[in-house]
Write a protein that binds this ligand. Structure first.
Ligand code: UDP
Length: 340
């Protein structure tokens, strides 16, 4: 069989880098694209070490139409996995135009370049944020969709654009993958989540408290309708998520059918569950303060993963203790991230 050629955008980011490695392990030829706006070129050296071959990489911004056209003119791709996007909810409320320009502008530029070169197989990074405030749990793919901030709106709109594209041209095969809460790191400790400045997300913040870089965790809300009063989420190991992308890609290539699927474990853990698991994994304590709820947060969110299990044959296998152990190894080995 000829090797399939895949273009990855946002390739040096957290999920992109882990997926890149998994694609190579599964025999795909991969070209990565990133503008390093939220990642470091050092990721490429780490991928080289892990994969044993030099990763093929093009530095480019997905919003740059001529750069994207040049990427597709240079070589043929069978499929694209599109990760490149801005992803901080709080920042999106302060800079909505940047979020719409990057996330929607980038998707349009990319799909136009793809269409122009007869590449119509796409895996899109969506998010459980498209479920807004879920009406029932666990969340199925046919649940009502809504957004509560510009970031969420860009994911919802991205899905709509791609659905419309599929309706207009049956040649497109698109996977909309709705991620729950990606955490953890590669077990080597060489690649992981590398947030700039103060982490917005729980697990990297907890890791920095455990490492002594930050004093205390602020637990946002302890009066939620959950067993211990703190928010419940479906944390999923980034390596399981990466495997889900490869399975979704194979599904598109094999069936030419589009699919919308949740990627989660199907299990919910509270903020305090995460704190305690991280304390066990790191052998340190994570001091906490209980503070007010963060605006826009929901009580609980976890996936119904039946569809991904049955249609893609995919299942998350790593538990919360493994997520914390891998996140802690990455934190210890890279105390200042990759830029520092
Ligand atoms: N959270 C917290 N303190 C923090 C960051 C997050 O208590 O410093 C809580 C947040 O309220 C939510 C959970 O941790 O219940 C996961 O938040 P995160 O931002 O990681 O992901 P989200 O589910 O909001 O996308």
């Amino acid at each position: 069989m000829t090797q399939m050629r895949v273009l990855l955008t946002g390739a040096t980011g957290f999920i992109g880098s882990h997926t890149w490695l998994n694609l190579l392990a599964c025999g795909f030829q991969v070209v990565g694209v990133d503008d390093f706006s939220n990642s470091s070129p050092a990721v490429l050296d780490r991928l080289h070490q892990l994969a044993g071959t030099e990763p093929a990489f093009i530095r480019a911004d997905v919003c740059d139409a001529s750069a994207m056209a040049a990427v597709f003119s240079r070589e043929r791709f069978d499929a694209v996995i599109h990760f490149a996007a801005l992803k901080a909810v709080g920042e999106s409320t302060e800079k909505p135009l940047a979020y719409y320009a990057n996330n929607i502008g980038g998707l349009l530029t990319l799909t136009q370049a793809m269409a122009g070169h007869e590449c119509k197989t796409l895996v899109f990074s969506s998010s459980a944020t498209v479920y807004g405030k879920p009406e029932s749990l666990p969340i199925r793919e046919d649940a009502a969709l809504s957004s509560t901030n510009p970031y969420g709106a860009t994911k919802l709109m991205g899905e709509t654009i791609l659905r419309d594209l599929g309706h207009a041209d049956a040649g497109w095969a698109v996977a909309l993958l709705r991620y729950f809460n990606p955490v953890g790191a590669h077990e080597s400790g060489l690649i992981g989540e590398d947030p700039r400045g103060t982490p917005n997300n729980l697990m990297p913040f907890v890791a920095q408290v455990a490492a002594g870089k930050r004093e205390r965790l602020k637990v946002f809300g302890h009066d939620y309708a959950t067993p211990d009063g703190t928010g419940v989420r479906d944390y999923i190991h980034v390596l399981d998520l990466a495997a889900g992308h490869v399975d979704a890609l194979n599904y598109l290539l094999d069936t030419r059918q589009s699919i919308t699927a949740n990627l989660g474990t199907g299990r919910g853990h509270s903020v305090l569950d995460v704190v305690h698991a991280f304390e066990r994994a790191s052998g340190t304590s994570v001091p906490c303060d209980f503070v007010a709820r963060r605006p826009g947060d929901v009580d609980a969110s976890y996936a119904d993963v039946t569809l991904a299990n049955t249609v893609l044959g995919w299942e998350a296998t790593r538990d919360l203790d493994t997520m914390c152990a891998d996140s802690w190894r990455w934190q210890r080995m890279n105390p200042n991230g990759l830029a520092g």
